[in-house]
Design a protein around this ligand. Sequence first.
Ligand code: IPM
Ligand code: MG
Length: 354
Amino acid sequence: MSYNIAVLQGDGIGPEITTEAIKVLDAVANRFNRKFNYKYLDIGGAAIDKFENSLPQSTIDECKNSDSILLGAVGGPKWDCAADRPEKGLLRLRSSLGLFTNLRPAVLHGALKEACVLKPEIAEKGIDIMVVRELTGGIYFGERGRKQSSLGEAAWDTELYSYGEIKRIAKVAFEIAGKRKKKIVSVDKANVLESSKLWRETLIEVSGGYPDIELSHMYVDNAAMQIIKDPSQFDVLLTSNMFGDILSDEASQVTGSIGMLPSASLGESKLGVYEPIHGSAPDIAGQNISNPIATILSLAMMLKYSFDLTEEANAIELAVTKVLTEGYRTSDIFTGGTKKIGTAEMGSIIAGAI
Ligand code: IPM
Ligand code: MG
């Protein structure tokens, strides 16, 4: 059996981190006698340069025909003023594939306690949060525009959520919580926003079908604080698109580095987009200093969620843990007494540990 993977390297550090991830996947293929075929496709700024389109139709078609999708990162100052921004390509990819669920596991690796920015007594309690972020609705996709106001030009965006959109992501969160510590904290701003009130009402309704799962609600400002104050209190953290974007960056930094956090974007089928949660970091692109681990761990999620290859997925996670335990670090997670290495070395060493 062979698996066809679309590889969208994107911009900035995207090409270097995906190259390292594929090194690791090739090592998995070797060890477990699997066959992964790669098809490289354009997205983001790279696609704007070639086709004047951040997501050419050919990329969408090829992605739909593949078994899964690995994505690096998109964006960069070069395209900041372009009519079609690289980020638009990513958002269109998510929506055209119907990927309404975004899973972002924020885990504090034992070997990285030193790199954790929190006080040792807080880090000691451990961090294992699954951020479940709604990905195809809310303010990212609501109507927007510009108009004149008495104070000059004005601009507006709309946070809009339907009952159906909230219900389907809520169900995903409950199913996931059922396989974890059975606790969901749903993030909203129901003291102000109408969309958050519907979010909360819907969550309460859905929770009726899951009596063994504990549901609580937290305002987003408080959630931002609690992630720093006591992240060990969270199991599943359910958020809207925008709140999840913000809180997942925060949760990643709390676990050591944004360079460590993988993600899976999923819909109704097994086809998913797997990408690190970080951006394209154009300031460090091409310097062999970026951390490929978030992308490598995203591949582990692909093996698990798209291909049901649990043993292979575990092999990747174990290899990462082993290499961190042996003290290898890219500069973002480097602390005294560990061994600083580059992007390519990290990829090779993890591949070797497979
Ligand atoms: C992310 C990124 C994207 C988002 C950007 C690049 C559009 O920040 O995946 O978190 O906001 O969803
Ligand atoms: Mg983000």
